[in-house]
Design a protein. Structure first.
Length: 173
């Protein structure tokens, strides 16, 4: 039988697809009746669209695949704790259970900053499981942002060198 670790591994595959596109490496999988019915990974930079989060793309895919917006028997696996926007979509789509890997201290709305997914004031609550493959989910993000900072630092140094060269009349091309 497939367990939470199996599905989180599949979400990590999606996160790696995002990383390979220079997107923040977050991946999501939706499982229903023991089958993967949807996948998603961040595409905000690629699509120039603030709402292209992994969870939202997976929810859209699941609704299309299953032919309903009510995902009452589904489980969402996501490598990073959902943000407020994604938590809202999870509530609206009636996802039964959410499993995430790494906690998000800046925007986590499944228990870290607040727990929108289990707020009794809403008409739906999701069961939440956290920390599945937490180290792997956290590492891919940490490595991505470290590499991004290094690239930006190198680009800044290169721009400075080019500017100095132009000021001195040096043509390096």
């Amino acid at each position: 039988m497939k367990d939470d670790s199996f599905y989180m591994q599949m979400a990590l595959v999606e996160a790696k697809k995002a990383r390979d596109l220079n997107e923040v490496p977050i991946g999501a999988i939706i499982e229903a009746a023991g089958k993967i019915v949807a996948k998603g990974h961040n595409l905000r930079e690629t699509d120039h669209n603030a709402i292209c989060h992994a969870e939202l793309l997976a929810i859209k895919d699941a609704c299309e695949t299953l032919g309903t917006w009510r995902l009452e028997d589904a489980t969402l696996y996501v490598t990073l704790e959902p943000c407020p926007m994604c938590a809202g979509a999870i509530i609206q789509s009636r996802i039964k259970r959410v499993v995430f890997g790494a906690h998000d201290p800046k925007a986590g709305c499944a228990g870290t900053l607040m727990n929108l997914l289990q707020d009794k004031r809403f008409n739906h609550q999701s069961e939440v499981t956290s920390g599945i493959l937490q180290k792997e989910c956290g590492t891919i993000l940490t490595d991505f942002f470290r590499d991004l900072r290094e690239r930006k630092k190198a680009e800044k140094a290169n721009r400075k060198t080019m500017q100095l060269d132009r000021n001195e009349g040096i043509d390096r091309e």
